[in-house]
Design a protein around this ligand. Structure first.
Ligand code: ATP
Length: 646
């Protein structure tokens, strides 16, 4: 049965009503979140624990096998030492309480006393070994887990990164690495606790069989309480993770330099703060709910433990009174019960902590499984060395979760290599989507993309990406130096300064670099000391230089001149034409139709469909969409404004 949860994370909270006189007037669009991963119950916790424990041990072995073995061996030995020490104490008590003169009894007890002392020394040494090995292991485990997390994130398809469910998993799994680190110490203590508990339970069973169930009854309530609280905390975390992320995002917006001008001019600060407060208050309400539940659970558990403890000691008293147990045995039983219940209680606390951490490591494991299913495939058919044509055959593509029309609908077109091909169409007509499919970032839902005869869906994706150089509309402005911003175009190869200089010249970015305070070595991150910021147009030229540095066979440029002034725009198109002259294929997306004049072939898209194809002259002569858009733009320059009425 599903337990009732607290207030919905992004529902209308009391604070929202107070602050805004009703629900927040602006829906930020974060309210949707899928049902959390909640099949948690006591049984599933216990059954999942071994596999989660195994996962953490696997990580430990990968990180530092010697340290992992040391921790395991030392903790197991420490548990055995506790058992031996308990047996020795039993021996000491038995001998001390035996009849006879005290000197004789002390002498008799001496070997057992020496054993207790020796075992304590060994236990101290083992503890030191565990402390050292755990300390060595923990940071390595965290590093290995983080690396695996980042590797998985970098290897998945773009569609996975854009999928909100997968992103949520990325969000939660990021805590897995720190949890894996914590799990090492908890695992060590759990192993130790289990062995010492077995020792105490063994001794108790030997003393009297009735004592063992009593010990278990005494400790069960705290086990129940700890696990219940942990389960609630995790369930709440899962349901609230998106909310917390959104809160962090809002807080981040308030201090982000990019948002600063609008926050000040449009006065967005107060609006964001109100949202932040409303979100925080709903989150605080959830924390309060959890705290109240934890307090109630703790009280119930304490009452249950009290009753069980009273019953245990009453049984012990009964056994003594009835003559069923000797006083020395009862003494050992009290010690064994105390050690046993202490071990059991700390075991419960450690198992609980381990379980809580393991749940997060479980998210990391789940990420690994899901990422493996969504990883960019390795290998595949070889692409032709010198393809002549890339053909889209009846390609249909719809973005996941997008129920409206497909972004590309039954598109068939040809991209002859070594030419300039322009993609034209109104906003949202599917141009960017088409080049993303061309670059292998998405695969068609229907239809094929053929490189001569080879279907891109079966081709080696690394080879395909290798042939593409892209200046996307929103290309990344890396917070690195100008030199790295260019050379990152082919980061797998060692940085080549001559090639950087050539790329900068090719993209007409020489002036941009010359104006930088430290030339190519200028850090392009304003919010760092010594950092410098470029204008949109200057960035665009560096973006083109990056693509030139990459030297892919096909250069995809999406709106290359959107941020350029008229002179720079002309220069960039000159460069692009020159590139095409040297046999480079250019796929150009632009709304500046005057610049398309020099294209060899123009494809016109409208609402995801291909509506026209031909040379610019052919399209102008046909009088279709292209001619209409062209005329509209030309009119802006040629139309003489009508005189204003007097
Ligand atoms: N990542 C995405 N997820 C969901 N839908 C998307 C995504 N990217 C684009 N779309 C949708 O796909 C359609 C085509 O978008 P696309 O970016 O390909 O158009 P475009 O022709 O390049 O537009 P523009 O000229 O404005 O750049 C649009 O309706 C858009 O909303």
């Amino acid at each position: 049965m599903r337990k009732k949860r607290g207030p919905e994370p992004a529902g209308v909270s009391e604070s929202e009503r107070l602050l805004f006189g009703g629900p927040l007037r602006y829906d930020m669009g974060w309210n949707q979140h899928s049902e959390a991963f909640l099949e948690l119950n006591f049984r599933s916790m216990v059954t999942r624990l071994p596999s989660l424990l195994a996962a953490s041990l696997r990580l430990a072995r990968q990180a530092d096998p010697v340290a992992a073995r040391t921790v395991l061996a030392a903790e197991a030995a420490r548990g055995v030492a506790q058992a031996v020490s308990l047996l020795a104490v039993n021996d000491v008590l038995g001998r001390l309480m035996a009849p006879g003169p005290i000197e004789g009894r002390l002498r008799e007890a001496l070997p057992a006393l020496v054993t207790v002392a020796a075992v304590m020394m060994v236990a101290a040494l083992l503890r030191a070994a565990t402390t050292y090995a755990t300390g060595r292991l923990e940071p390595k485990v965290e590093r290995v887990a983080t690396e695996q997390y980042l590797e998985r994130a970098a290897e998945v398809e773009l569609s996975a990164i854009e999928d909100h469910a997968f992103h949520k998993l990325l969000d939660t799994a990021q805590y897995g690495a720190v949890s894996a680190r914590h799990m090492i110490a908890y695992s060590a203590r759990v192993i130790n606790g289990m062995i010492s508990l077995v020792a105490a339970a063994g001794v108790l069973t030997v003393l009297h069989p009735a004592l063992l169930p009593l010990l278990v009854t005494m400790t069960l309530p705290s086990a129940w309480s700890a696990l219940t609280v942990a389960r609630r905390r995790y369930a709440s975390f899962q349901a609230w993770v998106q909310h917390v992320r959104a809160g962090r995002l809002i807080a981040g917006l308030l201090i982000e330099p990019e948002a600063a001008p609008e926050i000040r001019v449009h006065g967005v600060g107060g609006f964001l703060l109100r949202h932040y407060r409303a979100m925080s208050e709903t989150a605080e309400a959830e924390q309060t709910r959890l705290a109240a539940l934890a307090a109630r659970t703790g009280l119930i558990a304490a009452a249950w433990t009290g009753l069980a403890t009273a019953a245990t000691y009453a049984t012990l008293g009964g056994l003594l009174l009835g003559g069923a147990m000797a006083l020395s045995v009862a003494g050992t039983a009290v010690i064994a019960i105390r050690t046993g219940s202490q071990s059991l209680e700390s075991l419960v606390v450690e198992v609980n902590a381990l379980h809580e951490e393991a749940l997060f490591v479980g998210d990391l494991e789940r990420l690994h499984v899901e990422a493996a299913e969504r990883t960019i495939p390795v290998g595949g058919a070889a692409l032709p060395a010198e393809p002549r044509e890339i053909r889209f055959e009846n390609v249909t593509f719809r973005y996941p979760g997008d129920t409206a029309r497909p972004a590309l609908d039954d598109v068939s077109l040809s991209l002859p290599l070594g030419r300039i091909i322009a993609l034209v169409g109104e906003n949202g007509s599917g141009k960017t989507t088409l080049v993303k499919l061309l670059s292998g970032l998405y695969t068609p839902d229907r239809g094929r993309i053929l490189w001569d005869g080879v279907d891109a869906a079966t081709a080696d994706r690394r080879q395909l990406a290798d042939r593409i150089a892209m200046v996307a509309q929103d290309f990344k402005r890396w917070p690195f130096t100008a030199r790295v911003n260019v050379a990152v175009g082919r980061s797998a190869a060692p940085l080549d300064d001559e090639r950087v200089a050539a790329a900068v010249a090719e993209a007409g970015a020489g002036e941009v670099v010359a104006d930088l305070p430290r030339g190519l070595d200028t850090l392009l991150a304003r919010h760092f000391t010594g950092g410098h910021e470029l204008s949109g147009g200057q960035w665009q030229r560096l973006g083109i230089a990056r693509a030139a540095y990459r030297r892919g066979r096909i250069l995809v440029v999406d709106e290359p001149t959107a941020a350029l002034d008229a002179r720079a725009e002309l220069a960039v198109f000159e460069k692009i034409r020159a590139l095409a002259g040297s046999g480079q294929t250019v796929v150009l997306i632009t709304h500046r139709l005057a610049s398309v004049r020099h294209a060899d072939l123009v494809h016109v898209l409208d609402q995801g469909r291909l509506v026209e194809s031909g040379t610019p002259d052919e399209l102008l002569a046909t009088g279709g969409v292209y001619a209409e858009l062209y005329a509209l733009q030309a009119e802006q320059f040629t139309k003489v404004p009508a005189p204003k009425p007097a």
